[in-house]
Design a protein around this ligand. Structure first.
Ligand SMILES: Cc1cc2nc3c(=O)[nH]c(=O)nc-3n(C[C@H](O)[C@H](O)[C@H](O)COP(=O)(O)O)c2cc1C
Length: 392
């Protein structure tokens, strides 16, 4: 049986860890729970004890029940060690190498895979110290189920809300049962938005956050692929363990992508590339004046079409963000641009951009339609990889 240790730290979202424990038990996974002192202010250990059917570990120096040191035996037993919810404090302690309570000591002692699900006030989450700690831990191989946006318990609105319980469970299960089915495959992913400069200070951009493309790059990496990520403007941290190429404009993204295209097995173009560029780009800053300013736009490179034309065995996947007649536009694009798959996003009502979850519909050239339903972008990424891998 697989074993998961859940470390619960002191945030309002501590009660949601009960649902995580319950969901893991239903999947037949063994669960042990350790709670920080602060966490016990929010939820009583007895609740976790009842759901996990194991004693809850709360104190490093408690009377030993057996001739073993609890935090070491727990560290050894774990296949995955997850901290749910993770406070700014525990993230800082892990990143700083501090081991002064049960959770921080056992996570330092464990060789298990580690998952952190942060939850905190928006301003705490945005604090560069917290962000730097997360980036450091990601670089060291810690997985994160990143918080979502929404109304927080303190009344603030923004990022910091504990991720959806199902998404945390999915991430734990993925760590418990890793796939290596992209081993030996070369995967190119593009992510984020591009910019069309107007003058040295102004530009036209779009609302892409890069989350979908980055989730795909991370999923392919975790499944053994050699991943190249060409990224434009993104609002989330870049992944470690992939080849990174920055490309801000349509032309830069075209050149960067095509320079590696021929050697790829899979190409997934999730970036929102601007279709137009500014015709009369001004080398100097356009001065303020009365009346109107006319900016003329002309069509820019169609990178996906070029890729379709020079395809030699690559599996080519495009994205279509549409607000109406989604299926028609998506399937037309699939044919016209010689793609193998197209993933359609319904962006009516301002959905998708910047969100942590989406519901993609994947159309294949052979006429198959797969609706993934609403999932985290990471889970969507894995489902997409499952489908494209099936192509003969
Ligand atoms: C009502 C209340 C809610 C809190 N919620 C959070 C939270 O969601 N995230 C967080 O990082 N800290 C939160 N804190 C602060 C932590 O509890 C505090 O930093 C504590 O030292 C964390 O200890 P631990 O990481 O050992 O659990 C909260 C504090 C209080 C009093």
């Amino acid at each position: 049986m697989k074993n998961v240790v859940i470390g619960v730290t002191g945030g309002i979202a501590a009660y949601k860890a009960l649902e995580v424990v319950s969901a893991l038990k239903k999947l037949g996974i063994g669960v042990d729970v350790a709670m920080s002192k602060s966490a016990q202010e929010f939820v009583r250990p007895l609740s976790f004890q009842s759901l996990s059917q194991n004693p809850v570990l709360t104190d490093m120096f408690m009377e030993p029940k057996a001739w073993e040191i609890a935090h070491i035996s727990l560290a050894k037993k774990a296949d995955v060690f997850a901290v749910v919810p993770a406070t700014a404090n525990i993230i800082g302690k892990i990143a700083g190498g501090i081991a002064d309570d049960f959770i921080s000591t056992s996570i330092m002692a464990t060789e298990a895979k580690k998952l952190i699900a942060p939850a905190m006030n928006t301003r705490m989450f945005a604090n560069p110290i917290v962000q730097e700690n997360i980036t450091k831990l990601k670089g060291l191989g810690y997985s994160f189920t990143m918080p979502g946006s929404g109304r927080l318990a303190c009344g603030d609105v923004g990022e910091g809300k504990l991720a959806n319980v199902q998404d945390i469970v999915d991430d734990i299960v993925r760590l418990l049962y890793p796939k290596n089915d992209f081993e030996g495959k070369k995967v190119l992913v593009t992510a984020g938005g591009t910019v069309a400069p107007i003058d040295p200070v102004r530009l036209i951009s779009n609302r892409s956050s890069g989350k979908m493309g980055i989730s795909i790059a991370e999923a392919a990496r975790d499944r053994g692929a050699d991943v190249t990520l060409v990224y434009g403007e993104v609002s989330v941290p870049l992944p470690s363990g992939v080849n990174l190429i920055e490309a801000k404009t349509n032309s830069e993204m075209r050149d960067a992508s095509l320079s590696v295209y021929d050697s790829m097995d899979y190409v997934i173009k999730a970036a929102a590339v601007s279709d137009f560029k500014v015709m009369n780009y001004s080398e100097t800053k356009i001065k303020k004046k009365d009346g109107t300013l006319v900016i003329e736009l002309e069509k820019d490179n169609d990178i996906l079409r070029e890729m379709g034309e020079r395809k030699k065995g690559q599996v080519l996947v495009g994205f279509a963000a549409e607000s109406h007649d989604i299926e028609k536009y998506a399937t037309d694009k699939l044919e016209n641009k010689n793609l193998d798959f197209i993933a359609a996003n319904d962006i009516s009502g301002g959905k998708v951009f910047g969100e942590d979850r989406n519901s993609l519909v994947l159309y294949s050239r052979s006429g198959k339609k797969t609706a993934f339903g609403e999932l985290s972008k990471r889970e969507t990424a894995d489902r997409l990889l499952d489908e494209i891998l099936k192509k003969e």
